[in-house]
Design a protein. Sequence first.
Length: 264
Amino acid sequence: MARDDDHPVRPDDDMRGRMIRNGGAPCVACPLEACPGLHQPKSELRGWIATFRQGEVRFARGEQVFAQGTRLPHLFTVLSGVLMRTRLLEDGRRQIINFMFPGDFIGLQAALDGEMSHSVEALTTVTLCAFARGRFFELAAQQPQLSFDLTWLAAHEEAALEEHIVSLGQRNARERMVALAVFLVQRGMDSGLAPGGLLPLTVTQGQIADMLGLSLVHTNRSLQALRRLGLVDWTLSAIRIPDMEEARKFAKLDAPSSSPRPYI
């Protein structure tokens, strides 16, 4: 990530992919306050988070936040937008691991002192809140509530990956696709990105195939079949699920957790 430490940054500069040092919305006016599915930190924790925070980074759709093998100097909270986490094999094949929404924490998915085992790419224009990785131990030692919140987030990410493994191993193509659509739309609703159950998000058929281990032909046919069944209307620009309960039943998914997600 490039930094611009040598001259002041004007507010109208294009900051995509560059650090705005101590810039953006202050913690007391965090844009995540508007997300209905997020648990808000107490005021005293907001004050501490503000001292931990280094600034914001913005990326345009399609830009890479970091590459596989990178040693990150920062940890991030997603303030706005959607990203995807991918793993690349030596022969060029790609596995999309998961998608990240506002409130998600990025950078703890690998050893704290090691290289990242995956890449992260912006699916939309995104804004990330940046924190110093070197102060993570200080956070864990001084703020047990924030440490617990990070453990909560890690546990729920593991549960989401567990569901994805079940899809790859046991669900057929249509069930996999519905399960993924339900996950994306539900996260969009919780983070305020999918009002009325319509998530305006461009996920290509190639990306769906890379996530679900399907061929492009099988992906296309399955999407058409789900549209005819009225379960999922998945276009290049949006995902709509007419009946979430019916979709969950079709994909054999449990009811969503009613607990709001913490964030830092």
